[in-house]
Design a protein around this ligand. Structure first.
Ligand code: GLC
Ligand code: MG
Length: 574
């Protein structure tokens, strides 16, 4: 008894306490796309009551915090990323009471709720825009307006800038007799952050939701928030062309040097973080967090964390793997991308790992269904925050949707030839709960997007019962994250030839864990003694995927680990 006590005291001394570590620093984050998670009222669209009902599932898979794509009042031109009332809940998702009930249930289960904050734009149906278009003094400069230029007697937009969703970034407004800027859809007018009133109004929105009980925000489309300042005459420069793109309406036709990643963007992230700190001080409790969405160059992303004087986003999404790994990437490429983040991250910051979201093709479709467990091992085995997009834990794949049935504005604004490259509908289909009607997502006769045809094979209920299903592998990986080595240990990442990615987590006084992933279809024999230092002669299998003939607790010699095609395993020292 005494010995045990001494031992636990020693352990307590050796490890910083969890409060010190910060709840989010080893957190398991999960993205819910509310329209497609669970429909409680049978209208074919997911809702807040549905999420609340299914929160125990998040607990089952060990989620610490979940970020919800927008649930705010919206005409749904971009499925909620066009917000009309920044402090209201859209009726399709429920009521404010439903949201409060969700918060209360999440609190009981110790799951943090993170909201999606869309700073770049509002809906054109937002009261601010309506007043701005009407020229009301208080709101007239809330958006970016310009009367355009007249060439040969014809009025034209002020610049050649293109919207992410195709065509000009400028749309004419009859009432105001001016063009307004929209980096995305014409129904998503950009707010004017050069107006301090806008900054204050948006900070106020953050405070509102934090005081209600949200634990932070995923901030949308951050690099688009500022455009280059206008010159003394109030004009902006055109953007240069990308010579290899020939479609003049496509976003990639131009290099977005004046409309993305402007230096003021970082200042704004720091200002939003100040609000987080302010509310932490006001309300107490654990740290509230910012997750920022930016597909920006690495040196810019590293500044999102903060600079010498300002704190920034704790979790600037790391899209290295998501955006750059392709079907044919070799192990060197995986290793390089992982190192890109680890080696460039400022001292004292925490890494995060992301392989999917509601805008990108799913892992199983992009990289192959036999690499799903491998990707989950990477996201959950590396140090820091892991982020899972709903469905990736059970290996949902993209659902092909015809041009006629396509609803994503990014695709609908293109044409029948181009839409498959642009559409995000395939990754947003209903969550597959069971083999019941509509995969247990809804009892409506029609769901807003079709349910995947493979739902009888790929669903939570079925996978619970299969020992090495993606879901069960995921749960085992999640359980491992509670080990001190995974929480606080060092990491060493390397490629062993072109086919095998390996990383080792180690912490003095604890077992080391080695993840080995055979990316391809050759049988590989690995001598780990020549790769990592300080490993035991024998190693034990801790997690295996269904490509393995090994079982949990099997032993192998470290100098001859055999890896079958696409086998992915976690081993521990003994
Ligand atoms: C972000 C969102 C995307 C949305 C866009 C405009 O990239 O992830 O879904 O369409 O911003 O708000
Ligand atoms: Mg519903």
């Amino acid at each position: 008894m005494f010995k045990l006590l001494v031992l636990s005291c020693l352990l307590a001394l050796a490890l910083p306490s969890l409060a010190e570590v910060g709840w989010w620093k080893t957190g398991q984050f999960y993205q819910i796309y509310p329209r497609s998670f669970k429909d409680s009222d049978g209208d074919g669209v997911g809702d807040l009551i549905g999420i609340t009902q299914q929160l125990p599932y998040l607990k089952e898979i060990g989620i610490t915090a979940t970020w919800l794509s927008p649930i705010f009042t919206s005409p749904m031109a971009d499925f909620g990323y066009d917000v009309a009332d920044l402090k209201g809940i859209d009726p399709i998702f429920g009521t404010m009471e439903d949201f409060e009930a969700l918060l209360a249930r999440a609190k009981e289960l110790d799951i943090k709720i993170i909201l999606d904050f869309v700073p770049n734009h509002t809906s054109d149906e937002c009261d601010w825009f309506i007043r701005s278009a009407a020229g009301e003094e208080e709101y007239k400069d809330f958006y970016v307006w310009h009367t355009g230029k007249v060439v040969n007697g014809i009025r034209q937009p002020p610049t050649n800038w293109l919207s992410v969703f195709r065509g000009s970034m400028w749309t004419w407004n009859e009432q105001r007799q001016a063009y307004y800027l929209h980096q995305f859809h014409a129904k998503q007018p950009d707010l004017n952050y050069r107006n301090p009133k806008v900054v204050e109004a948006m900070k106020d929105v953050l405070r509102f939701w934090l005081r209600k009980g949200a634990y932070g925000f995923r901030i949308d489309a951050v690099p688009h928030v500022y455009e280059i300042p206008a010159d003394a005459d109030g004009n902006w420069p055109d953007e240069p062309r990308n010579e290899d793109v020939s479609d003049p309406e496509d976003y990639t036709y131009l290099q977005h040097i004046y409309t993305t990643d402007q230096p003021e963007t970082l200042e704004l992230v720091y200002a939003f973080r100040d609000v987080i700190e302010e509310i932490d001080a006001e309300l107490g409790g654990d740290d509230r967090v910012l997750l920022t969405e930016a597909y920006s160059p690495l040196d810019v992303l590293m500044q999102y964390y903060g600079n010498g004087t300002h704190l920034g986003s704790q979790i600037p999404f790391n899209f290295e793997l998501l955006a750059k790994i392709s079907y044919s990437s070799d192990a060197y490429h995986y290793s390089e991308l992982i190192h890109n983040w680890l080696d460039n991250m400022p001292e004292g910051q925490v890494a995060n790992w992301v392989f999917g979201n509601h805008d990108q093709s799913r892992i199983g479709s992009r990289l192959g269904a036999d690499r799903i467990d491998a990707c989950n091992m990477i996201v959950m085995g590396l140090p820091g925050v892991s982020v899972t997009y709903q469905g990736e834990e059970m290996g949902m794949t993209d659902v092909w949707i015809s041009w006629e049935d396509t609803v994503d504005p990014q695709a609908c604004q293109s044409n029948e030839q181009e839409f498959e490259r642009l559409t995000r509908d395939p990754v947003r289909t209903p969550f597959q709960w069971s083999d019941e009607v509509n995969a247990g997502f809804s009892n409506a006769s029609v769901t807003w997007l079709p349910v995947a045809s493979n739902y009888k094979l790929v669903n939570v209920k079925k996978e619970r019962g299969i020992a090495l299903s993606h879901l069960n592998v995921y749960k085992q990986l999640r359980a491992l994250r509670d080990e001190p080595t995974l929480k606080q240990g060092d990491v060493s990442v390397t490629a062993i030839g072109p086919n095998v990615l390996a990383f080792k987590r180690s912490l003095t006084g604890y077992k080391s864990y080695i993840t080995l992933i055979n990316i391809n279809d050759d049988v590989e024999s690995i001598d780990l003694d020549s790769v990592f230092t300080s490993i035991s002669t024998q190693l034990q299998y801790v997690v295996v995927n269904d490509k393995s003939v090994r079982r949990k607790n099997d032993l192998t010699f470290a100098n001859s680990v055999l890896l079958l095609p696409k086998e992915a395993v976690v081993l521990s020292t003994v």
